[in-house]
Design a protein. Structure first.
Length: 645
């Protein structure tokens, strides 16, 4: 194609016969197929860590990875099969050389002086890039870490807990008072609260735990300048009821946490042992140690003692004296306290039992219970206290066990601080206490922190393998370790922009940010491959023009052809970067449900694509030039990779 353009340089266009045009398209398609294959393999490989994520993070990001993979495969097939056909149909008539395109001329006019300056001041250019990379590393290390960015569900779940021996009437009163207070906040639309468990075996909530869903009005109807955190803080300050410990979360994430880890807050410290009293005492000590730590909110010890029970022990000797059996006494107790089924009603396809029990006045105190009448065989009656000892006993409100061990839990949420930093501070405060734990007792961190540690372990062992696979793929593409390394070196420099932009945006490192960096690596490597291919093509032109010998090739020749290779075909290189940026930048201005998770994914991609493009356009030609100068000096010739792309 270039030869044809040179023949018609005076006309500024060339008219290619149909047969020759078809031949050129066929040859180009065969050459391009290899490049498309390796580019697809590299990008799909870069998403391998996402495929290997498990648990909550895997369920969230697997659709993203599968969608991108299927799109790339279909796109590669279309590029190899459909694109040549469309080119042969629509690309007809006169063709101008690329140098006559106004966009290309404008880009070259800006880019050529910059790349010449970078090559002239090579030490300064390398120093600036390395300095920026070294600065970005402490930025990444200093950032907070969390499992997933908090997703705003648009509603609030208020989960206060009271003392375990609270009565039904008292918990109802507290629930009503709380609902009235919550409705006084202008941003609240509806309030729905419940205490205890629903009619479901999957919900084992005790009577002392309240769940109140707070639906908020549309954000445009909120007071000016107020945020969701401000609403939570205002509600929390109004709902300071003695004996009640407040807890704030969101409905969906709360259910996910409880299903995946058994913890209803962000973080839970599970205390294992053999004795409930000892476990509870240790949990209280842990709670006292964690008080005042920045970021810890809604600190609460799940009660495993303190439950109140009516303990009725039947006197076997006494019931024999009155001619009663144990079943006779139990029948009275069941009817009076629990209620006895007397019939079943039928309403359509549904069946409902009808229970009867004594009125509240006959069972509201120990005195009333002691004087419940038990019918004797002689048609007389005696008080229940005559045949049973009745007293209030203390016991566990709920027994939790895990891995065949009794378990207690210290719960807390994390607000206004990153999850990992908060847990690390908590661990430091608990170091001395943990050294004094009795034999057979230990703790385990759970909740969102458990998910964070699991996902980090997966990413740490798979990322080096992915980088190695990408390197091998590039080696087979170039058949040169040096060229493969030259393309791979763009990865750390892609971190610069990603690190700076998430630091400026004040985003914590999370699985979402890691997925963004993983997607960035594929784009950065692909752009680097394009640059190295064109630089190698420039070296081919140099060898064809002057031969491959130190006697015929000078350093000025290398410099001139490297600049030409970097400058020519600049438009497709910029297009590769621009398409990614133009597609991603609008997400930064998005809002509403879902934007909380999307922004941490997009931020490192936007910043990283920008800095990796600068590195590839300015530093990669410089490193390539230095590499060829070294080859010319050491071997007396330059090594050429004949591009089959």
């Amino acid at each position: 194609m270039r030869k044809l353009f040179k023949k018609n340089a005076k006309k500024n266009y060339v008219e290619i016969p149909y047969e020759e045009r078809i031949k050129i398209i066929e040859e180009s398609s065969i050459q391009v197929s290899r490049g498309v294959f390796f580019s697809t393999v590299i990008i799909i490989t870069s998403f391998l860590p996402v495929f290997l994520l498990t648990g909550q993070e895997g369920k969230l990001f697997h659709p993203l990875a599968f969608t991108k993979t299927f799109i790339l495969i279909v796109d590669a097939v279309l590029v190899i099969t459909l694109a040549p056909v469309l080119i042969s149909i629509f690309m007809k008539g006169r063709f101008k050389p690329e140098s006559h395109h106004f966009v290309n001329r404008w880009l070259e006019k800006i880019y050529a002086p910059i790349i010449q300056w970078c090559i002239k001041w090579r030490k300064t250019t390398l120093f600036v890039n390395i300095a920026a990379l070294l600065i970005s590393i402490p930025l990444l290390v200093s950032m907070g870490r969390e499992f997933m960015p908090p997703l705003d569900e648009g509603s609030i779940l208020f989960m206060p807990v009271t003392l375990p021996d609270v009565s039904n009437s008292e918990i109802k009163r507290i629930l009503q008072v709380q609902d009235k207070i919550i409705t006084t906040v202008p941003e609240v639309k509806n309030v729905l609260g419940k205490a205890g468990r629903v009619n479901s075996a999957t919900d084992n909530s005790p009577i002392n735990m309240i769940e109140t869903i707070i639906l908020l009005k549309p954000q445009k109807e909120w007071r000016k300048g107020i945020t969701k955190n401000d609403i939570i803080n205002e509600l929390n300050s109004k709902l300071q009821i003695p004996g009640v410990t407040n807890g704030w979360t969101q409905p969906i994430i709360n259910r996910i946490n409880m299903l995946s880890t058994g913890i209803r807050t962000d973080v839970g410290i599970k205390v294992y042992g053999q004795n409930l009293d000892t476990i509870y005492a240790l949990s209280e000590k842990i709670k006292q140690s964690l008080k005042g730590i920045n970021g810890i909110e809604d600190l609460y010890v799940e009660p495993i003692t303190g439950g109140r029970y009516i303990d009725i022990n039947i006197k076997r000797n006494e019931i024999n004296r009155y001619g009663l059996s144990i079943d006779d006494v139990n029948d009275v107790i069941e009817t009076a306290l629990g209620g006895k089924t007397i019939t079943t009603t039928i309403e359509g396809r549904e069946r409902f039992t009808v229970n009867a029990r004594f009125a509240q006045d006959f069972r509201s105190s120990l005195f009333e219970l002691q004087n419940l009448q038990v019918q004797t065989p002689e048609n007389g009656s005696i008080p229940l206290k005559a045949v049973a000892d009745i007293q209030i006993a203390e016991g566990p409100p709920m027994i939790n066990s895990e891995n065949a061990l009794l378990r207690g839990t210290v719960l807390f949420n994390v607000r206004n601080r990153d999850l990992s930093g908060t847990v690390q501070s908590a661990m430091e405060h608990l170091n001395n206490l943990l050294k004094q734990l009795p034999k057979g007792y230990f703790i385990e961190w759970s909740g969102q922190y458990e998910n964070l540690i699991r996902s980090e372990k997966t990413l740490k062992w798979i990322l080096p393998i992915v980088v190695f696979i990408i390197f091998i793929a590039m080696y087979f593409a170039f058949h040169s370790l040096r060229e493969a390394f030259l393309s791979l070196i763009s990865l750390p420099f892609a971190l610069i922009g990603g690190a700076f932009i998430i630091y400026i945006w004040n985003v914590h490192l999370s699985v979402a940010v890691a997925v963004g960096f993983i997607a960035l690596f594929g784009i950065a490597v692909e752009t680097g491959i394009v640059m190295v291919i064109y630089l190698n093509d420039a070296m081919l032109q140099l060898v064809k023009a002057k031969g491959n010998s130190a006697a015929t090739i000078t350093r000025n020749d290398l410099k001139m052809y490297v600049i030409e290779g970097a400058t020519k075909r600049l438009r497709p290189k910029i297009m590769t970067v621009s398409v990614s940026l133009f597609a991603l930048i609008p997400i930064l201005w998005s809002n509403g449900v879902g934007s909380d998770v999307m922004k941490p994914i997009v931020l490192p991609m936007v910043g990283g694509v920008f800095t990796s493009a600068i590195h590839i356009l300015l530093v990669t030609p410089l490193i390539f030039l230095m590499s060829k100068e070294y080859e010319l000096k050491k071997y007396g010739r330059i090594q050429i990779f004949e591009s089959k792309h």
